[in-house]
Structures are given as structure tokens and as C-alpha cells.
Design a protein around this ligand. Structure first.
Ligand code: NAD
Length: 490
């Protein structure tokens, strides 16, 4: 077939806007997606060299713009440089390094059990899905955008990033600076809030990874279902934290307080409420007070290490929650700074809002239970949480909690430090999400695991026994071949 000059140049220069096909519609989203699809279909993102180049460029973006990113995170969430480093920048850099070191190995075909005839080869090929959409929330606006991006790029996909519109300073850096580093024929940042994202979701993607609330997760999954697009949903919820009577209260208080008040409590895997006996509550309260004073001083509002609430809407929501139960520690707030003091609430009822919604702020209610069994029952009567924590000097107690409950992630005598290990997946279960990522799990998530059987073009005589008419002898042979489970004679 004869090609026009423009079509020839387009084929030679896939994804290049200058040679792009003239758009029939005036839909800028469609035009962007079309550009990325053309690049994918031309095979641009498949070679390992291309993937590695993109990953290295992402690593350079992180290094070159470290200060800019720290400033943006401070502007959005009053994050200290240290908290930004350990929960955002370093984790992104680690993921880039890991993917670069393992890319070749991850991309290898995975051989399947050899068949009896040794004539065929069976294997699993990890191939890119195609056009991937990543939608991110505002609480770790860099980590939760770029860590999935590493997996999507490593797996050879074209990617659309939709950062949160709420963490505005970080969104700006991602929109204006990141594209300067990545190949724009294969990568785009699209901006917007709920309305724009819903419009974006009307388009067909080959995979969607969404991080955010269960409410919006449902919207994303419904939109994806229209195109039968597979999804990973990284959602939230209320994470129980059981504290056994047999524990050192100060050790538990230090660990729980750090993980609860880190990023001003705006962490999806933070302990959301404590379950313990009234006696343990009495021992924990002075220990929690002491941990809070040690971490943030007598006046936490002046601590450079305590974050702020992201916006007025969230601030007002959290301030209303301070009215639940009785304030045992903290409880102060300052609207002008969107400051909420590290707070502990006691005597809260299950029916109060603080026990009905994900808190997502520096407020820690304590709920009384009489025993481990009652705590387990309390947890199992609710939606499966994203994270569950158990603190006890007895490993039996921790193991019982692990064995008799379900959650996306579990911490025994520890908080969400598992997030820093790329050897462990991050993901929810039930209402807290589906799918997983981090490290190799990200690569696998963004890869289609394609079943492949390559057979010999000849040797038809060997294979003829499978065709009708079926005789007693061929039926016997076929049954034997099937029972052997690894014979591809059939
Ligand atoms: P959110 O669900 O409101 O928003 C997340 C993203 O979805 C944003 O990019 C936003 O623009 C978009 N969005 C919002 N409304 C939409 C709509 N109607 N249609 C389409 N898109 C829409 O979540 P958030 O407030 O940004 O983040 C807080 C939630 O995220 C909490 O529930 C928290 O637990 C959860 N979270 C989960 C993880 C995890 O790894 N599982 C990590 C961080 C946060």
C-alpha cells in the first residue's frame, strides 16, 4: 500500500507530535492518548535499553530536583526534609535502583515444566499491557505517583500520570519538570480534580493503578469495567492496633505515636485506633504523653517535625472528630495554620464518627476490649483493613492476631516500616483494595503474564492420535498423556 509522506514520517518517528496524525476530534485527552498508543504500538517502550534509559532519567529527576521537591512537600504538608527523604524521595530512588539492577532478570521468560516430548517449549512471557493510567492521592504525593511509575516504565508501558490536584506544589513540579526528563512520546502528566479524572476514565486504558479512598476506588473500578480494564486499587480504611496487657507501655507508645503522628497522621497505613484493656489504657496514656513531648516538645505547634493538615476541608473534618469521646492528650487546633495537636481520645463509642470513618489525621482513639478474643472479634466484624498492628511481649499473642484476622499488611511490634522493603508487596484486601506493588511486584503488576507454548512445525505423525475418529487405543493414549500433566502430545 502507498503511504503518504506524512504517514511515512509518522512511522519513522513514532509519537512525535510534529508528525502525528491530524486529529479528527478536538479532544486534547484523546490526542494525548492517541500519541502514546502510537508509540506503544510502534514498539518504542519494549526494548530493555529504552526502559533503562527512562528509569535512569527518572533517577536524575529525583537527584536534580531534590530541593525543589522537598520545598514542594513542605509547602503542601509542612513535611520536614527528613520525613520527605525517608518516606518519599529515598523510597523512590531505591525503587529506581532496584528496577535498574534487576530489569534484565525480571524481563526474562519464565520457563514452565518441561513436557515429556522435549519438543515444545512452554514459558511465561512478561509483556507490557500498553497504556497505563496511574492516579495518585495527596498524602505522599511523590512516593505514590513515582513508585508505581517505576514499575510501569520497567514493564515497558506508556504511562499517563494523574497526580492529586490537592497537593498543588508537588503537582506543579510533576507536571512542569518531570516531563522534561521522560520521553514525551510515551509519557504524559494530565491534571485535574474529580470531574476531569472522571472524564479521563471514560477513555480506554490497558491498566489502571489507583491509590485513594474506597469511595473513589469504586468510581474508578466502575469506569474501568466499561472497558474491561484490569485495575490495582490501593485504598484505605481504619487500621486497628491491638496492644496486649503483656507489653512495655513506653516502647509501644513510642512506636505507635511515631507512626500515628508521622505526616500529621495522614498516612493510609497508620494505626487508626488502639484496642486494649482499660488497665493497659491507664499505663499507655502517660507513656503516650511522654512520647509526644519527647518527639514534638511541650508545644508541638512550634515543632519543625510535625506536619500540617493538607487543606481546610480536611482540617474542618478532623476538628469535628475532636468532639468524639473525651480528649486525654492534646486536642488543641489552630485553623490559621491547619494545625491539629497530636491527640489521644478515650471513652469513644463505636457509633461515633471517629470510629466510623478513616481518621487520616493526628488523632488516636483508644477503644476498650476485655481480651484478645474480643479484639479479634471487633476487627473481624469490620471491613478488612489495609493494615493491622499487634503489640505484645508474647509472640503467641501476635501470631494469634495474625492467624485469626485478615488485612492487606500486618505489623507485629512494629509500624509501617514494611513499606520501605521493596521485597514486600504493598496492597489491600477487600474494602482496602486489590492487587499489590513495590519492587518486583510492581513489575509483575504492570506486566501481562502471557502463556506461551512453542511447538514443532512438523512431527505431525506424533500428534495425529488426538484427532477423531477416537479409537479405544487413542482414548487410552490421550488419557495417559493428560494424566502425566506435562505431555503436549495432544
Ligand atoms: P481520593 O480518593 O479523594 O483521591 C485520589 C485521587 O482520585 C486523586 O487524584 C483525585 O483527583 C481523584 N479523584 C477524586 N475524586 C474523584 C472522582 N469522583 N472521580 C475520579 N477521580 C477522583 O483520595 P485522597 O483524599 O487523595 O487520599 C486519601 C485516601 O487515600 C485515604 O482513604 C487513604 O487511606 C488512601 N490512601 C491509600 C494508600 C494505599 O497505598 N493503599 C496510600 C495513600 C492514601
Amino acid at each position: 500500500a502507498r503511504q503518504s509522506g506524512r504517514a511515512r514520517r509518522r512511522a519513522a518517528c513514532p509519537g512525535c507530535p510534529a508528525h502525528a496524525a491530524p486529529s479528527r476530534r478536538m479532544d486534547p485527552i484523546e490526542d494525548t492518548l492517541q500519541r502514546l498508543r502510537e508509540a506503544f504500538n510502534a514498539g518504542r517502550t519494549r526494548p530493555a535499553t529504552f526502559r533503562a534509559a527512562q528509569l535512569r532519567a527518572l533517577g536524575r529527576f529525583l537527584q536534580d530536583n531534590k530541593q525543589l521537591l522537598q520545598d514542594a512537600l513542605a509547602q503542601d504538608l509542612h513535611k520536614s526534609a527528613f520525613e520527605s527523604d525517608i518516606s518519599e524521595l529515598i523510597l523512590c530512588e531505591n525503587e529506581v535502583d532496584l528496577a535498574l539492577r534487576n530489569l534484565q532478570a525480571w524481563m526474562q521468560d519464565k520457563p514452565a515444566a518441561t513436557n515429556l516430548t522435549k519438543l515444545d517449549s512452554a514459558f511465561i512471557r512478561k509483556e507490557p499491557f500498553g497504556l497505563v493510567l496511574i492516579i495518585a492521592p495527596w498524602n505522599y504525593p511523590l512516593n505514590l505517583t513515582l513508585v508505581p511509575l517505576v514499575g510501569a516504565l520497567a514493564a515497558g508501558n506508556c504511562v499517563v500520570l494523574k497526580p492529586s490536584e490537592i497537593s498543588k506544589a508537588t503537582e506543579k513540579v510533576l507536571a512542569e519538570v518531570l516531563p522534561q526528563y521522560l520521553d514525551q512520546s510515551c509519557f504524559a502528566v494530565l491534571l485535574g480534580g474529580p470531574q476531569e479524572t472522571e472524564q479521563l476514565l471514560e477513555h480506554k486504558f490497558d491498566y489502571i493503578l489507583f491509590t485513594g479512598s474506597p469511595r473513589v476506588g469504586r468510581i474508578v473500578m466502575t469506569a474501568a469495567a466499561k472497558h474491561l480494564t484490569p485495575v490495582t486499587l490501593e485504598l484505605g480504611g481504619k487500621n486497628p492496633c491491638y496492644v496486649d496487657d503483656n507489653c512495655d507501655p513506653q516502647t509501644v507508645a513510642n512506636r505507635v505515636a511515631w507512626f500515628r503522628y508521622f505526616n500529621a497522621g495522614q498516612t493510609c497505613v497508620a494505626p487508626d485506633y488502639i484496642l486494649c484493656s482499660p488497665e493497659t489504657q491507664e499505663r499507655l496514656l502517660p507513656a503516650l504523653q511522654s512520647a509526644i513531648t519527647r518527639f514534638y516538645g511541650d508545644d508541638p505547634q512550634s515543632s519543625p517535625d510535625l506536619g500540617r493538615i493538607i487543606n481546610q476541608k480536611q482540617f474542618q473534618r478532623l476538628r469535628a472528630l475532636l468532639g468524639c469521646g473525651r480528649v486525654a492528650i492534646g486536642g488543641q487546633s489552630d485553623e490559621s495554620q491547619r494545625y491539629i495537636a497530636p491527640t489521644v481520645l478515650v471513652d469513644v463509642q463505636e457509633t461515633e464518627p471517629v470510629m466510623q470513618e478513616e481518621i487520616f489525621g493526628p488523632i488516636l482513639p483508644i477503644v476498650s476490649v476485655r481480651s484478645l478474643d474480643e479484639a479479634i472479634d471487633f476487627i473481624n466484624r469490620r471491613e478488612k483493613p489495609l493494615a493491622l498492628y499487634a503489640f505484645s511481649n508474647s509472640s503467641q499473642v501476635v501470631n494469634q492476631m495474625l492467624d485469626r484476622t485478615s488485612s492487606g499488611n500486618f505489623g507485629g511490634n512494629e509500624g509501617f516500616i514494611y513499606m520501605t522493603l521493596p521485597s514486600l508487596p504493598l496492597g489491600g484486601v477487600g474494602n482496602s483494595g486489590m492487587g499489590r506493588y513495590h519492587g518486583k511486584f510492581s513489575f509483575d503488576t504492570f506486566s501481562h503474564h502471557r502463556t506461551c507454548l512453542l511447538s514443532h512445525a512438523g512431527l505431525e505423525k506424533l500428534k495425529e492420535i488426538r484427532y477423531p475418529p477416537y479409537t479405544a487405543w487413542t482414548q487410552q493414549m490421550i488419557s495417559w498423556a493428560l494424566a502425566s500433566q506435562s505431555c503436549t502430545l495432544l
